[in-house]
Design a protein around this ligand. Structure first.
Ligand code: FAD
Length: 458
C-alpha cells in the first residue's frame, strides 16, 4: 500500500528532465511525486530555450523589416519596443507553462511545491515533510557559471537570466563566451541594433562544432557587424560611467554598456544532501552509468545535473529512459553523438554525429561532401548563405552532418534519422526531396557522396 508520502518514484526537480521522467513513470503505472521550488518547466521553459527563441524570432522580424526593400516590400524600421517584445515572449512562455502544468496535473502526479533536500538515499524533505520513494530521481538542473573576479550584479554585469528581462536594448554589449548561449544573444542584440563584441578564450566561436561551421558563422557574423576576439582570455572588468570596461589578456580593452557572462552552466547540487547520501560526484555533477544510475542503489540522476550534453531534449530522453528502467523495461543507452544540436542564431548551426576531427581521431578514413547553399534556390529565396557538410567513412555510413544557414535547424530531423539509422549515402541518394526546399541541399550532398552529383558545377 502506498501511503500519502510514499511513492514508487520521487523526482527531485521539475525541469525538462524531471517532468519528462514523471510523465513517463506515471504512464507506466508508477505513483510519482514531482518536487519543484520554482515553476514546472525549469530553465528551458522559463529562462532558456523558449524565451530566447521568441527573442530570436523578434530579431528576425527586425532584420526582415530593415531589409524589406530587397524583396520589394515597402516598410520602415522604426525601432525595437522592448515592452512589446517582452510581452510577446512572456505570452509564449505563459501559454506553454499553462499547457504543461495542466498536462502534469492530468496525469495524477503529486506536485510538491517547495525547496527540497535529499535527506536519505530514498527521501527528499520539503517544508519539513518527508517524501519517500522506492526510487529517487535527481533532476535539479544547472545555473549560470561565473569566473573568479566577476561580480554579477544583474545590472551592468549580467547572465542570460538577466538578459531575458532587459527593459531596453543596450547600445553596446560584450558577450563573454562564444558558445551556444553567447552566440544566440549576440545575434539577437545585433539585430536589435546594439554594438556587440564576443570574447572567446578558445580559438573559434562555437568551438564544440565542426571547424567548417565555426568558419561560416564567423564569416556571417563579420558581415553582420558582430565583432569577436577569439583565442584570448578575459582578464578583468571595471565599472565606468557609461557601463563597463572589459580587459583582455592581450592588453586590449573594450568599453560597453553591459557585460553578459556566458561561460557555461554548472550543476545545481550544492547543499542538497547528495554527498551526505553517499552519491559520487565530480566537480559538482552527479556521476552516473549509461542508465543514469548513481552509485547508490535506487538513486538516478538526469539532465543538466549530470555531465552529458546540456540540452532540453537530452533531459527529456534521460527522463524517459530512467522511468522505463525503473518500470523494468528493457532500455537502450543513449548514443549522445546521435543527439541533434542546434544553435539558433542568424545564421543557424545544426549538427549531428561526429565532426571531421573527431572522425579522424577515431581512426576513420573520412570522405566528405559540402553542398553550398548558393546552389539551393530556397536558400536564395530566403536570402541566406551557408553549407551542408556530410561526413562518411570510406565506403561506410554517414558519420556526421553539419549545416549552417537560416532555418537549417529545421533540417536536423532528417539529418538525425540518417545518422542514427546508420544510412549510407547510397541509401539516401534515391530518396526524393521536395523542390524547392532547403532539404534538397541534404539530398544533393548525399547524391555527391554516392557518386552522382546533380546540381553541382564542374
Ligand atoms: C539561455 C538558454 C538557452 C537555451 N536554449 C536551449 C535550446 O534552444 N534547446 C535546448 O535543447 N536546450 C536549451 N537550453 C538548455 C536547457 O534549458 C537545459 O538543458 C534544460 O533546461 C535542462 O533541464 P533540467 O531538467 O536538467 O534542469 P532545469 O531545467 O534547470 O530544471 C531543474 C529544476 O529543478 C528545480 N530545483 C533545483 N533545486 C531545487 C530544490 N532544492 N528544490 C526544489 N526544486 C529544485 C529548479 O527550480 C528547476 O526548475 C538553454 C539554456 C539556456 C540557459
Amino acid at each position: 500500500m502506498t501511503s500519502t508520502n510514499n511513492f514508487d518514484v520521487v523526482v527531485f526537480g521539475g525541469g525538462s528532465a524531471g517532468y519528462a521522467c514523471a510523465l513517463r513513470a506515471s504512464q507506466l503505472g508508477q505513483s510519482v511525486a514531482l518536487i519543484e521550488k520554482d515553476k514546472l518547466g525549469g530553465t528551458c521553459l522559463h529562462r532558456g530555450c523558449i524565451p530566447t527563441k521568441a527573442l530570436l524570432h523578434a530579431a528576425e522580424i527586425a532584420d526582415h523589416t530593415r531589409d524589406s526593400a530587397h524583396y520589394g516590400v515597402k516598410a520602415d524600421f522604426v525601432g525595437i519596443d522592448m515592452t512589446g517584445v517582452n510581452s510577446y515572449k512572456d505570452g509564449i512562455v505563459n501559454k506553454t507553462f499553462r499547457g504543461l502544468s495542466g498536462l502534469i496535473k492530468s496525469r495524477g502526479i503529486t506536485i510538491v511545491e517547495g525547496d527540497g533536500k535529499l535527506v536519505a538515499a530514498n527521501a527528499v524533505e520539503v517544508n519539513g515533510v518527508r517524501y519517500e520513494g522506492r526510487n529517487v530521481v535527481l533532476a535539479t538542473g544547472s545555473t549560470p557559471r561565473s569566473l573568479p573576479g566577476l561580480n554579477i550584479d544583474g545590472k551592468r554585469i549580467i547572465t542570460s537570466e538577466h538578459a531575458l528581462h532587459l527593459q531596453q536594448v543596450p547600445q553596446s554589449v560584450v558577450v563573454l563566451g562564444g558558445g551556444v548561449i553567447g552566440v544566440e544573444f549576440a545575434s539577437v542584440w545585433r539585430s536589435f541594433g546594439a554594438e556587440v563584441t564576443i570574447v572567446e578564450a578558445l580559438p573559434r566561436l562555437v568551438p564544440t562544432e565542426d571547424t567548417e561551421s565555426s568558419k561560416r558563422l564567423e564569416r556571417a557574423f563579420r558581415k553582420r557587424g558582430i565583432k569577436f576576439h577569439t583565442g584570448v582570455r578575459f582578464s578583468g572588468v571595471t565599472e565606468t560611467e557609461g557601463g563597463v570596461q572589459v580587459s583582455l589578456e592581450d592588453g586590449k580593452t573594450i568599453d560597453a554598456e553591459l557585460l553578459m557572462v556566458a561561460v557555461g552552466r554548472g550543476s545545481v547540487s550544492e547543499g542538497l544532501g547528495y554527498e551526505q547520501a553517499g552519491i559520487a560526484m565530480e566537480r559538482g555533477s552527479v556521476v552516473v552509468n549509461e542508465y543514469c544510475q548513481t552509485n547508490v542503489p535506487g538513486v538516478y540522476a538526469i539532465g543538466d545535473l549530470i555531465p552529458t550534453l546540456q540540452l532540453a531534449h537530452v533531459g527529456f530522453q534521460e527522463g524517459i529512459l530512467v522511468a522505463e528502467h525503473i518500470a523494468g523495461q528493457e532500455v537502450k543507452p543513449i548514443d549522445y553523438k546521435g543527439v541533434p544540436r542546434v544553435t539558433y542564431s542568424d545564421p543557424e548551426i545544426a549538427s549531428v554525429g561526429l565532426t571531421t576531427e573527431q572522425a579522424k581521431e577515431q581512426g576513420y578514413e573520412v570522405k566528405e561532401a559540402m553542398y553550398d547553399l548558393a546552389g539551393n534556390p530556397k536558400s536564395s529565396i530566403l536570402n541566406t548563405s551557408g553549407v551542408v557538410k556530410v561526413i562518411t567513412a570510406q565506403d561506410g555510413p554517414v558519420l556526421g552532418i553539419h549545416m549552417v544557414g537560416a532555418r537549417v535547424g529545421e533540417l536536423i530531423g532528417e539529418a538525425q534519422l540518417i545518422y542514427n539509422w546508420e544510412a549510407f549515402p547510397s541509401d539516401v541518394a534515391p530518396l526524393i526531396h521536395a523542390h524547392p526546399s532547403q532539404n534538397e541541399a541534404l539530398g544533393e550532398a548525399h547524391l555527391a557522396l554516392a557518386g552522382k552529383p546533380l546540381h553541382v558545377h564542374g
